[in-house]
Each structure stands twice: as structure tokens, then as C-alpha cells.
Design a protein around this ligand. Structure first.
Ligand code: GDP
Ligand code: IMO
Ligand code: MG
Length: 424
């Protein structure tokens, strides 16, 4: 049952792209299962940096069949641009397969995302404004358009007419916004996008199950992360899909019994973009150092990421939610310059200590972290290629995390490049 899931264990940007690329060497297919172009997954090969949004992070390898599963929301214009940009850099994208059941992000989704955020004012979520929430909302209320609708202009027209009538009423009555023209949208989607998109449309469920029966190695690539999960994250400061491992099954059509490995990606510290609780958040010189050394700016949105110390309470919860079998610890090298490294082992508030994530989120908003302090190693790790080459203090940090989580750490990232990963 050679299916592996890669899932973020924090609030995104853990380095999923880099680990997926490292694993893809030994895979046959890499499948994105949720999210959309709110994701920014970085892969660095030699001097070349790829910031992938919709394309699965295995696409850089010739031997990989990249797939976008039914759980993803696709802006066809963005996808075409991304593929053109990859082609112009010498990447063959012709093997990409798209599920016809994936929902389309439409121009009114972008507008609604932007307008809702503005309307919320100081209560805004800090979304990526890519139309993700509105597209998933339409999917849930059953007025979404799917990729396969591009193949049936009559149905596309009918569905668009119905949904746009409602959206234009919302634009006019709530946001004082001009209506969108259905003819313009239809022409763009059916005349420009469909001819490029439809040749890639495939019965991806059949494709993946054929792959499974032929013993192919399949990697399911999550976007966002556990604590941005619509059900299990820090709601409402979450995304609108299920990045947790369960989402990989519904987002691809592969049943849970086929999954044999679930790798949780954990950065050696934590970051978050947008609003929401963040118990170990820090500021001041240490935060600036982490942002600068880790280059903690949105891969696509360029927003500065909030930073904080590693949080084992979150990791233990992520392990439960995702059935994580092993961990990839990324960006260990970013901690190289620190004298002291803090690790959160529990939370505390009003005299109560929480070793597990508090059930009530109001509690999470006011907890203080209980830290253990470990000495920094003050050594450049970027050239280390085996565990033995790491200084003892770095190994102590890793052992501490293994003990606190009860799960093996199988990969350690020591730099952004493809080769800078230690396997153990
Ligand atoms: P993703 O969304 O989880 O794929 O992560 P992003 O690509 O948004 O952000 C991770 C950033 O860290 C990118 O700039 C990566 O190139 C970089 N990165 C990944 N792993 C490592 C690592 O082990 N060390 C360092 N220094 N950078 C890394
Ligand atoms: P990757 O895959 C980090 C955050 C946004 C916002 C919230 C909701 O690169 O890890 P959305 O646009 O999804 O409705 O925004 O989720 N967010 C991410 N943060 N990494 C991401 O993706 C993210 N995708 C969404 O900042 O707080
Ligand atoms: Mg990212």
C-alpha cells in the first residue's frame, strides 16, 4: 500500500514543498489534495528557486506524474500562468492531470474574498485574498462550477447565470460594487481557459487506483496545515479546506486503508501569517533574527510571517489528528546563531497547566507557554549531511523533540536547497 501523505503540523510554510521534492525522487505520482493558490511551496534546485502555487511539488522531476485532485480549488488563469512560467524555465508540465471534480475559482470569488476582508475591518482574518473561502463556500452550498463544466458550455452558462445573479445582488446591495458581466466571464473561461485546461482533465480517481494496483508510489501533498484546518484548526482563523490527513482521502478518492505513511512537517520554530492565536509568538531581536535567517516572508504574498518558538503541545495534537508516523524537522539551520533555544512543553493559565491543547479555544487565546530552555549549538549546520555531523547540542534538541512527541524524526532540513536534508 505505497501511499504517503505529507501534512503540515503548524500554521503552514513548514517547508512542505522542499520535503515533497526530496521524497518525490522515489515516488511515481505526486498529488495535491486541497487548497488552491493560497499555497506557496518553495523548491530550490541549484541556484533556481521555484515557488509553486497549484502545481504539485513533484512536477520538477521528469519521472513524476503530477496530479491535482478533486479537493483542490483551481483558478484556471493562475494555473495556466504557472505552467507557462515553469515551461519557460525548462520544466516539462505536459504530464499534469487535473480532476474534473475540482471546483473552479471564479472572478467573483476573488472579489468577495477582498470585499469581505475589507468589510470585517479590524476583525479580518488576513486571508490570501485568492478567493479560496468563497469558492469552497459555493462548493458547500452547491452552486460551485467544476472543472468538468468547462467541457459543457451549456451547463456552464446555466450555472453561471444562476450563481452570478445572486453574487451581483450581494455586490450591489451590500458592497456597493458594480456587477460582473457573465458574458465576459463566460468568454474568458470557455474560449480562453477551456482549450488549455481540458486536455489535462482526467478521471484522477481511476488513474490513482490504477497506480495503486500497479504498485506505484504515490505521495499526497497537503497545502496549508493542521492548525489552518477548517474543522481542527484555530477557527475562524483557518483556511476553508481540510489540510489534515483525512482531507487527503476525500481530496483524492483514495481510501484510508491505502495509506501507509503520514509524514508531519514541523519547522524548528513556528510561523503564522494572518490573524489568530499563537501561544509561543515572540517579538524583538530574536523574532527579527528568525525572520531574517529563515527569510520568513510569504512565498507569494510577501507578507512578513509572525514567528515563535517550537510548540510541542501543538505537535502532539497534530500527531493525533493526522496519525503521523514520522516527522520531517525543517529549518534547523535557522537556529544556528541562537545562544538559547526555547521549546514550549505545556501551556499555563489561571493556575492550570495544559499539556494537551485546551479544548476551549477561548483558553488558547489567553495561555502562556511553559518553556524548557536548551543551549544553542552556535555552529553552521548548512553543510551537514548526516546526523553524526551535527554538533551534540543540535542532536540534543532533536532528541528532546522526539521524546516530547513520541515520534521519530526521519528528515532534518539544514538549508533550502534540494540536497540540504539529512535522512535518518
Ligand atoms: P511550504 O509552504 O510548507 O512549502 O513552505 P514555504 O516554501 O512557503 O516556506 C518555507 C521556506 O523555507 C522556503 O523559503 C524554503 O526554501 C525554505 N526552507 C525549506 N526547508 C528549509 C531548511 O531546512 N532550511 C532553510 N534555511 N530553509 C528552508
Ligand atoms: P502553504 O501551503 C501559510 C492562511 C492565510 C490566512 C488563512 C486563511 O504555503 O503552507 P485563505 O486565503 O486560505 O482563506 O486564508 O490561512 N494561509 C496560509 N498561511 N501558508 C499557507 O499555505 C497558507 N494558506 C493560507 O494567511 O491566515
Ligand atoms: Mg508556503
Amino acid at each position: 500500500m505505497p501511499v504517503t501523505i505529507v501534512v503540515g503540523t503548524q500554521w503552514g510554510d513548514e517547508g512542505k514543498g522542499k520535503i515533497v521534492d526530496a521524497l518525490a525522487r522515489d515516488m511515481d505520482m505526486v498529488v495535491r489534495y486541497q487548497g488552491g493558490h493560497n499555497a506557496g511551496h518553495t523548491v530550490v534546485v541549484g541556484d533556481t528557486r521555484f515557488a509553486l502555487q497549484l502545481a504539485p511539488s513533484g512536477i520538477l522531476y521528469e519521472h513524476i506524474t503530477p496530479v491535482i485532485g478533486n479537493g483542490v480549488v483551481i483558478d484556471p488563469g493562475v494555473l495556466i500562468e504557472e505552467l507557462d512560467a515553469l515551461e519557460s524555465r525548462g520544466v516539462d508540465t505536459t504530464k499534469l492531470k487535473l480532476s474534473g471534480n475540482a471546483h473552479l475559482i471564479m472572478p467573483y470569488h476573488h472579489e468577495l474574498d477582498r470585499l469581505t476582508e475589507r468589510y470585517l475591518g479590524k476583525n479580518k482574518l488576513g486571508t490570501t485574498k485568492r478567493g479560496i473561502g468563497p469558492a469552497y463556500a459555493d462548493k458547500a452550498t452547491r452552486v460551485g462550477l467544476r472543472l468538468q463544466d468547462l467541457d459543457d458550455p451549456k451547463i456552464f452558462h446555466q450555472k453561471l447565470e444562476v450563481v452570478l445573479k445572486e453574487k451581483n445582488a450581494i455586490f450591489a446591495k451590500i458592497y456597493n460594487h458594480l456587477p460582473l458581466d457573465p458574458e465576459v466571464i463566460e468568454s474568458q473561461y470557455i474560449k480562453c481557459y477551456a482549450p488549455r485546461i481540458l486536455p489535462m482533465m482526467t478521471d484522477t480517481v481511476a488513474l490513482l487506483h490504477d497506480g495503486i494496483s500497479q504498485g506505484r508510489h504515490i505521495l499526497l501533498e497537503g497545502a496549508q496545515a493542521t492548525f489552518l484546518d477548517l474543522d481542527h484548526g484555530t477557527y475562524p482563523f483557518v483556511t476553508s479546506s481540510n489540510p489534515c490527513a483525512g482531507g487527503a482521502c476525500s481530496g483524492t478518492g483514495i481510501g484510508p486503508l491505502y495509506i501507509d505513511r503520514i509524514i508531519g512537517i514541523a519547522k524548528a520554530y513556528v510561523t503564522r501569517v494572518g490573524a489568530g492565536p499563537f501561544p509561543t509568538e515572540c517579538d524583538g531581536p530574536v523574532a527579527d533574527e528568525l525572520v531574517q535567517r529563515g527569510y520568513e516572508y510569504g512565498t507569494n504574498t510577501k507578507r512578513r510571517r509572525r514567528v515563535g518558538w517550537f510548540d510541542t503541545v501543538m505537535l502532539r495534537h497534530a500527531i493525533k489528528l493526522n496519525s503521523i508516523t514520522d516527522i520531517a524537522l525543517t529549518k534547523l539551520d535557522v537556529l544556528d546563531s541562537l545562544d538559547v533555544i526555547r521549546v514550549c512543553v505545556a501551556y499555563e493559565t489561571d493556575g492550570t497547566v495544559y499539556e494537551d491543547l485546551p479544548y476551549n479555544q477561548s483558553v488558547l487565546h489567553k495561555v502562556s507557554p511553559v518553556y524548557r530552555e536548551l543551549p544553542g549549538w552556535k555552529t553552521d549546520l548548512s553543510n551537514a549531511s548526516s546526523i553524526e555531523e551535527l554538533p551534540q547540542k543540535a542532536r540534543n534538541f532533536i532528541d528532546f523533540l522526539v521524546e516530547a512527541s513520541g515520534i521519530n524524526i526521519s528528515f532534518i532540513g539544514v538549508g533550502p536547497s534540494r540536497g540540504q536534508v539529512i535522512r535518518r
